[in-house]
Ligand binder design. Structure first.
Ligand code: G3H
Ligand code: 13P
Ligand code: ZN
Ligand code: NA
Length: 283
């Protein structure tokens, strides 16, 4: 069933677990995530980045996700990941997304607050939930590249002020994770998660969660993380399965036969994560 992001994440916040938000770019990825959610009885968030929307087209990606959500017997939210552009955020709201992220993290605090407030006012008026980002998460995404030296941790006092002034539904915080593949082992600032949770008492979001050990994920969830963004690990599951299949079956030309093992492999990794996050059995 299609629900808002707030509905899913308020329950996670109240009951101390986290829900996976997995990036979607095509039908097979969507099906893999939904299969895993059904198998584990888990609520789930399907998220499309601006790059994903550019790749598939807003009409294809929103309608594919909508069919998947409406057919599902578990709660599903459709979310915009890293909306850096106001018009893109509006486009997603118009196309039936039930949650949007407005990412003003590249701006100084005042401007981030101003942009987030503007989106919250419009989104809330039509029943759409909003995520914002405070601090700078490291790594590269489609529109933003943050060097390690420029990545800045979220300040707890600023987080409290930001939450109060913007009325945002959930907050992405920078606590040591980075987008993409890690070079070394990520060092999470667990005390910072704990402090921000205590001060804001709201659902918190962890980006760049691929490659973070399950011990660290469990600890982060126990301290207040409620939404966990995963892209890279699903990409790897997809690519690994396709490479392996082509190696073993170099003459195969049927896209269905090539994509089927990739879909199954993605589903397996997504289900595993749902169990670690604590969302399994919540739907
Ligand atoms: O946070 C970024 C996600 O991994 C999306 O990546 O912009 O290449 O679609 P993308
Ligand atoms: P990873 O690719 O590191 O999993 O990060 C995903 C993300 O944060 C999407 O917003
Ligand atoms: Zn992210
Ligand atoms: Na990562």
């Amino acid at each position: 069933m299609l629900v808002t992001g707030k509905e899913i994440l308020q329950d996670a916040h109240k009951n101390g677990y986290a829900v996976g938000a997995f990036n979607i770019n095509n039908m097979e990825i969507i099906q893999a995530i939904i299969d895993a959610a059904e198998e584990t009885r888990s609520p789930v968030i399907l998220q499309a980045s601006q790059g994903g929307i550019k790749y598939a087209g807003i009409d294809y990606i929103s309608k594919l996700a909508k069919v998947a959500a409406e057919k599902a017997t578990v709660p599903v939210a459709i979310h915009l990941d890293h909306g850096t552009d106001f018009d893109q955020v509006m486009l997603c709201i118009r196309n039936g997304f039930t949650s949007v992220m407005v990412d003003g993290s590249r701006f100084p605090l005042e401007e981030n607050i101003e942009l987030t407030k503007k989106v919250v006012e419009i989104a809330h008026a039509v029943g759409v939930s909003v995520e914002a980002e405070l601090g700078k998460i490291g790594g590269t995404e489609d529109h933003i590249k943050v060097d390690e030296k420029d990545a800045t941790m979220t300040d707890p006092d600023e987080a409290l002020r930001f939450a109060k002034e913007t009325d945002v539904d959930y907050l992405a915080i920078a606590v040591g994770t980075a987008h993409g593949v890690y070079k070394g082992k990520p060092e999470l600032d667990f005390d910072r998660i704990k402090t921000i949770k205590k001060m804001t008492n709201m659902p918190l979001v962890l980006h760049g969660s691929s490659g973070v050990s399950y011990d660290d994920i469990e600890k982060a969830v126990s301290l207040g993380i409620n939404k966990i963004n995963i892209d890279t690990d699903v990409r790897m599951a997809f690519a690994d399965a396709i490479k392996e299949f082509i190696k073993e079956n170099p003459d195969e030309i049927d896209p269905r036969n090539i994509l089927k093992p990739a879909r199954a492999n993605m589903s397996k990794i997504v289900a595993e994560k749902m169990r670690v996050f604590g969302s399994a059995g919540r739907a």
